[in-house]
Design a protein around this ligand. Structure first.
Ligand code: ADP
Ligand code: MG
Length: 622
């Protein structure tokens, strides 16, 4: 509990003791009034001040106003004890609520326990702890076993295993050694590491993730917006309703029926009506549920950038995947080199040199297969044609490396390959020089992931790829993906997604899952863009609405399940709170419910709704 909460708790106890004592004294008249005003002001002064300020600012209708009117009214009617007690229980409810919100916030930051407090910099042989913000790019920092890696960089000395569970939800440690990239937020477990930083703290993975989590609550879901609009209409409506309840029935009794008006009785009913109508449970529990949902997801390595995205995710009916890097590992192996005029080594060398600047998975794999250091001075004039390949000048010869589309556009007659696999054709000085057959492996959990999606109620799974038809069909068949479109250019992927968007009905939503490499336009075009393997890829963190920290496709269905649970809880709370309110309002208007019941119903509903909201933090294992 923080200081403010402790102070409220003290006031609650003091007021409760005073009320108890006063109830036992045989008090009458002004003395009774005066003595009851003490606990009333102790517990309620801030509410009265806030209500007064609200009236001055012309924002009359809020909870403080409702409470102030109801309790002052009760006191004027002579129900001192009830007036004070209503205020007391209202404060108890408020205290509980602020405690719960604080708890779940802390829970999230504990789950996201990745913010480093310091970085060790070596100076004159001793380690000095400095603020990570002050470390310049290119500095050498030291991370000891048990410490968090504060800044992204490259390991220059040492080997260790890293615990990435706070980032990815994955509990298996990762081994890392000299030359490996290392991202901030992991915990170094075994060895001492020296790291040359490649980014500033503010640009490092850990800062980006924390920013995202902190900003997530500012993107409101439709249900949250609904509630704030609802409260704007609801509270005034209730107030006017209360006035009508206080005035109309007595007038009718008096004028039309010739009975005694019983003003006191009807005013009391109207005040009860006001207490019941306080919408606290709704106002607090909905944002809290989303907050808890986002927190629960982040513990599983799924970052959701706002509650609106969590809501959309729960309505996803179509999931569209990119192939390379999403369903497959994006690490190609060379299976053969065919129709080559030059010897195989030389052909691979030309290909690797031409690819020297590209970061496409194919390019990375070709360079790896070549295996030697690349002399960039031999290469000039590199052009990468998205979805086609690259052209470059190598040793003064013009070299083209890519698929059939590239060969056709250059007017080179190529030889087809009948084996299943991705083909990289090579042309040198306009003449065909052969092709390299490469193949990718399907990710370990990909098949399970598709199955889990269908189980989670996804109507259709669709794969888009720029790769050859025979590879695409093979992968889709292996995985049980229902629809596949192949040999698409990046722009065609956008068109395909637009077509699919046209076709869906009503509230159905379409998600696109990609790896953030050359699919940013599609990520932003879909109803919701999910990027995977975000560790190390800034592009993915920027472009997507939901980021899967590692590249395990099983996380997609997990994210959908989390969102569904969270949204279910939100609706449970809405129906529960509104339902109880309506029942109490009717009972109050009929004079069956008194103010005691009213305040218990209000605080009780709120406590239950908040506890229910917190359930969204926890995710069942599959
Ligand atoms: P995917 O849909 O599988 O992610 P891309 O749209 O990135 O594929 O690329 C589609 C196709 O374009 C690849 O299968 C490959 O044939 C060709 N291609 C793209 N970039 C390159 C490159 N750098 N080198 C060779 N071929 C490439
Ligand atoms: Mg791709």
């Amino acid at each position: 509990m923080n200081k403010k909460q402790k102070k409220v708790l003290f006031r609650i106890i003091l007021a409760a003791v005073l009320i108890a004592v006063l109830s036992f004294l045989p008090l009458k008249g002004y003395l009774k009034f005066g003595l009851f005003m003490v606990p009333y002001l102790v517990i309620g002064y801030d509410i009265l001040i806030k209500a007064g300020k609200g009236i001055l600012n012309r924002q009359v209708f809020d909870e403080n106003f409702l409470m102030a009117v109801a309790t002052v009214g009760a006191i004027i009617l002579g129900d001192y004890k009830e007036g004070v007690a209503v205020m007391l229980f209202y404060q108890i409810g408020e205290l509980f609520q602020s405690y719960a919100v604080g708890r779940s916030r802390r829970n999230i930051s504990e789950l996201m326990d990745i913010r480093p407090d310091y970085a060790n910099v070596e100076q004159n042989g001793t380690l000095e702890k400095v603020d990570p913000d002050e470390v310049k790019t290119g500095s050498i920092i030291v991370v000891q076993p048990g410490e968090k890696v504060p800044i992204d960089g490259i390991i220059t000395e040492g080997t260790s295993s890293l615990n990435t569970s706070a980032l990815t939800g994955e509990s298996l440690p990762r081994e890392a050694g000299v030359g490996d990239e290392i991202i901030s937020g992991c915990i170094n477990m075994t060895g001492v590491l020296k790291i040359r930083t490649t980014k500033e703290f503010g640009e490092s993975t850990v800062s980006k993730i924390l920013d995202m989590v902190e900003n997530a609550s500012s993107k409101k879901s439709r249900s949250e917006n609904f509630i704030s609009r609802f409260a704007r209409i609801y509270t005034p409506a209730v107030c006017y309703g209360a006035v009508a309840l206080a005035v109309l029935p007595p007038l009718v009794r008096m004028l039309a029926m010739g009975l005694t008006p019983e003003w006191g009785d009807w005013i009391y009913r109207a005040l009860t009506f006001l207490v019941i109508s306080c919408p606290c449970a709704l106002v607090i529990s909905i944002p809290l549920s989303f907050f808890a949902g986002i927190g629960g997801a982040s513990r599983e390595g799924v970052l959701v950038k706002g509650s609106n995205y969590l809501e959309i995710l729960s309505q996803v009916k179509y999931v569209v995947f990119d192939k390379t890097g999403t369903m497959t590992q994006g690490v190609f192996e060379v299976n053969g080199i065919h129709h080559n005029e030059l010897d195989k080594e030389t052909l691979l060398e030309y290909a690797a040199l031409a690819e020297s600047a590209s970061s496409h998975p194919i390019s990375v794999s070709l360079k790896k297969a070549y295996g030697k250091a690349i002399d960039r001075t031999r290469v000039e004039d590199i052009k990468e044609i998205s979805g086609n390949g690259v052209t470059a000048n190598v040793d003064g010869k013009s070299v083209a490396v890519g698929n059939t589309k590239l060969m056709e556009s250059l007017g080179v007659a190529y030889k087809d390959c009948h084996q299943v696999g991705t083909i990289v054709h090579i042309a040198i000085d306009g003449a065909y020089a052969g092709h390299i057959l490469i193949s990718d492996t399907i990710k370990a959990h990909a098949k399970e992931a598709i199955l889990a999606l269908h189980k989670a109620g996804i109507a259709n799974t669709i794969m888009l790829t720029g790769d050859r038809k025979n590879v695409a069909d093979y992968v889709a068949e292996e995985l049980g993906i229902q629809t596949v479109y192949s040999e698409l250019l990046p722009a065609d992927k956008v068109t395909k997604v637009e077509e699919l968007l046209e076709r869906k009905e009503g509230k159905e939503k379409l998600a696109f899952v990609g790896d953030g490499i050359n699919d940013a336009p599609v990520l932003s075009r879909a109803d919701i863009g999910i990027a995977m393997g975000a560790l190390g890829s800034d592009a993915a963190i920027e472009a997507a609405d939901v980021v899967l920290m590692d590249d395990d496709p099983l996380k997609i269905s997990k994210a959908i399940r989390i969102s569904k649970k969270c949204v279910r809880i939100v609706y449970e709370n809405i129906y529960f709170a509104i339902g109880i309110k309506i029942i109490c309002l009717i009972l109050g208007a009929l004079g069956i419910a008194n103010m005691w019941l009213a305040i218990f119903a209000d605080v009780g509903v709120m406590v239950i709704a908040v506890l229910n909201a917190i359930r969204a933090l926890f995710v069942k294992k599959l």
